[in-house]
Write a protein that binds this ligand. Structure first.
Ligand code: HEC
Length: 432
């Protein structure tokens, strides 16, 4: 017998197992306790007076007490003695009762329970003397299974997070072929992978290896891959770390809130963290090996993001997500349809501290006067829906803000028809 073999006595009860039938097959397992039918009759009357309200008409259908027949009950009481059950009922039932049940009442109640369990009545009454024996449990439930072979433990799968390597500024500037470390993979946003195992010839043979159901909502974020771990953002500010080969979830971060209809296009990886924007206006960094929050910076405060009627927050939100460049996290906002000033901000990637902020809509009286003296309420939009690109040589980020977002101010002057495009298309170039 090897060490994975053992002798087991397995006790189990089948649902609705009827004792008498079971005992007919295997009477040697447990000697039946004896009780008389008149004891059971008295017990039934008592049960109806004092127990039925909690334990129910069938002993297992009460709203206020556990079943006292069937699998659950046998599971609790199997292997214990009749005396224990008598004692328990006498001492504890009904709970909180000032008066204890008499010995004869307890014997009658247990006789009634035996009758309901399917144990046949006999000549000899259930007495305090006869009760040291074990409670009968379903005969089919006491089975000696010979030798069971327990399969060897599964080989432990290595956790790719154990060996995940640090992502530095240099790594981001020249990502290894097998990794995908930012929105469009490289700072110049080529979106091109040099890996070549999948080709035009074999693409038709691709098959699903694993799948995972993402939370309902806006799941448009590009997954990141580092050293065989895939980091994925899911609607409602969830982040998953998957073993990219098996689909095993290595950790999960979840912000407990109702998913909003927002969600970033990009999350970032930097040093030992995963950095992302949340639906609550925060930028957070999670420990790459555990998903625990390393820093949390509230960048979009609710007062600057309430609806104009003051109702639900965040019509201005992070749509682009994050880009890490030169040790800074770049975030930018975009707006729902109302006057609001969108901005681009840079945070220290190690601490989350905000370093600078640039508003894409200039205020009236600003020195560049890019809005032709338009009044304040006509200045809006210019949100960033798409993540930035970055030139590490020039230390320059490139961002393309959108147009106006409220149609009434975005009118084609020739036709006077509202148009969403073409009013304020500015490319912002910012020195990081
Ligand atoms: C007020 C409701 C109530 C009444 C009345 C009541 N019980 Fe109970 N009974 C309970 C509750 C609750 C438990 C579970 C107690 C616990 O787990 O600590 C219980 C547990 C039991 C158990 C043990 C069940 C198990 O799974 O371990 C037995 C046997 C039992 N009651 C029998 C009776 C009998 C017989 C009567 C009538 C004399 C009775 N009860 C009356 C509420 C009640």
């Amino acid at each position: 017998m090897n060490k994975y073999q053992a002798l087991f006595v397995i006790l189990y009860a089948f649902a609705n197992c009827v004792f008498s039938a079971a005992y007919a097959q295997n009477t040697s397992a447990v000697a039946l306790p004896s009780y008389t039918s008149s004891q059971a009759q008295q017990g039934e009357i008592l049960y109806q007076q004092t127990c039925i309200a909690c334990h129910g008409t069938n002993l297992d259908n009460g709203s206020f007490a556990p079943p006292i027949t069937g699998d659950l009950f046998y599971g609790v009481w199997g292997g214990r003695s009749v005396a224990e059950l008598l004692q328990y009922i006498k001492e504890s039932m009904p709970p909180g009762s000032p008066e204890k049940l008499s010995d004869s009442a307890s014997l009658e109640l247990v006789s009634y329970m035996f009758q309901e369990h399917g144990i046949p009545a006999g000549q000899q009454a259930l007495s305090l003397d006869s009760n040291t024996q074990l409670l009968p449990i379903p005969a089919s439930g006491l089975v000696v299974i010979e030798t069971i072979e327990i399969p060897p433990p599964p080989t432990t799968v290595a956790n790719p997070l154990d060996n995940i390597t640090t992502v530095t500024d240099d790594t981001l500037s020249a990502p290894p072929a097998a990794d995908w470390l930012m929105w469009r993979r490289t700072y110049d946003s080529q979106g091109y992978s040099p890996v070549n195992q999948i080709s035009r010839n074999n693409v038709k043979d691709l098959q699903m290896v694993w799948s995972w159901t993402m939370p309902a909502g806006r799941n448009i974020t590009t997954p990141l891959v580092r050293d065989g771990v895939m980091f994925m953002y899911g609607a409602g500010s969830n982040v998953y770390a998957f073993d990219a080969q098996t689909g095993d979830v290595l950790w999960r971060y979840q912000l407990a809130l109702q998913p909003r209809p927002f969600g970033p296009r990009a999350i970032s990886i930097y040093k030992e963290t995963i950095i992302l924007t949340t639906d609550l206006g925060q930028v957070i960094a999670l420990a790459i090996k555990t998903g625990e929050v390393v820093w949390n910076s509230l960048v979009l405060k609710s007062e600057e993001s309430e609806e104009s009627d003051g109702s639900s927050a965040f019509p201005i939100y992070f749509s682009a997500g994050t880009l890490v460049a030169d040790g800074k996290v770049l975030v930018s906002t975009s707006t729902a349809e109302r006057f609001e000033k969108n901005f681009i901000a840079a945070l220290d990637a190690n601490t989350g501290e905000e370093i600078w902020r640039f508003y894409t809509v200039e205020s009236p009286g600003g020195e560049r006067d890019t809005w032709n003296r338009a009044s304040e309420d006509q200045r809006q939009g210019a949100g960033m829906y798409v993540p930035a690109s970055y030139d590490p040589e020039l230390k320059l980020i490139l961002l393309a803000p959108a147009t106006h977002t409220t149609r009434q101010y975005c009118v084609n002057p020739n036709t006077a028809r509202p148009a969403m495009m073409g009013c304020t298309q500015i490319l912002h170039l910012l020195l990081i």
